[in-house]
Design a binder for this molecule. Sequence first.
Ligand code: GLV
Ligand code: MN
Ligand code: MN
Length: 436
Amino acid sequence: MNRMAISKQGYAGGTEFVMLSARRERIDIAAHIIERCRTLARITDVPGNTTRTFLSPAMRTCMNTVKGWMENAGMSVSVDAVGNLRGLYSGAGTDAPRLILGSHLDTVPNAGAFDGVLGVLLSLALIESLGGRRLSFALELVGFSEEEGIRFGIPFIGSRALAGRIDESLLLRKDKSGVSVREAMRGFGLDVEAVEAAALDQSAIAYLEFHIEQGPVLESLDMPLAVVDTIVGQTRGEMVFTGATNHAGTTPMHLRHDPVAAAAQWICRVEEIARSTRDLVATVGRVETLPGAGNVIAGEARASLDIRHANDEVRINALETLVDQADFAARQRGLQCHWRAQMHQPAIQMDTRLSQIVCDAIRSTGVEPLRMSSGAGHDAMVMAERLPSAMVFLRSLGGISHHPDETVRHEDVAKAVDAGLEFLRRFDEAIIKAHA
Ligand code: GLV
Ligand code: MN
Ligand code: MN
């Protein structure tokens, strides 16, 4: 890229686009972002709450809505092979490098309005604030199609596609109705053969994600924004206990092989081990019993496990202990048990240099950013495998997330917009300097 190309295309430079946004009042921009988040929250697969899973009918409506907003902002928009919505706001030159902004559009069941969506819409507002001006780099805004792992039990399908990490075993995974990822993609009208083309090319140089904190730390310190240092590693899977189905009334207690009792014992051990290991969190969020009737001793019990720690070794050791504990609970009752691993995602550091630019940008708007780690998983975790990546957290009110009461303050969103615009200005300067 060269500077002539920039000036020929009318790049204004300096703080002009920041000033443009100042005139429009940041707080109005924040209100608009929040209103849009609430609009998307009404687009749901389950009437009465907010639930949008990978490639569902509600996801299509959501994508079309965001696509319209992106197009109005002067972006050219496409949908890639896994359903990521990708809006390109071109840079000043045809060979401009590309900064990726993004977060996810899917939700957990009965979600709030901000997890993921806020990052997409805040980034969109930054692009809108440019008012058509071109920077020395292009901006690609990605609304990831899948981050939560709800439909197929495996998260980050959207960002995996950009990182070139969609493999055959993922495409073969099935949802509860027996539909595979590949079939879901075809059913949605996507081109499975184009998966490789969804991966990032060499022009992508960095990734920035805005996201609500989803926890209580910022609020407890009365701080609006944080920059993430590390995203903790996580393992997800399912412990399956297999026993013998029998009659609940006629089978004496000492002749039973009840997998539900073993699962219950194991779940209590999960809680004990997590409580006694510093900073370890472990959750059994779903328990299923088969056949699942009150007067039938179950033949099978399945308990999900989500276990996270900033240190991968601590997480892996705890997991091994828990697998032993499941085996112990099973043997006590003459049962079988096995661990079905679904996902291991190592802890990852955000890029130091990029995070420093983000920190400096936040500071220069008069806000001191907290540096913290993220217990939640984010698309930035996967993007960081391919690109220098950074994340900004916005304070969550009451520390509530994955819940309809999840919310943010207008003033914090306004501060994040300020910081985002200042970041773009500084990033622009850095690129121009690098190519001078
Ligand atoms: C994503 O929301 C996660 O479960 O960390
Ligand atoms: Mn989430
Ligand atoms: Mn999220």
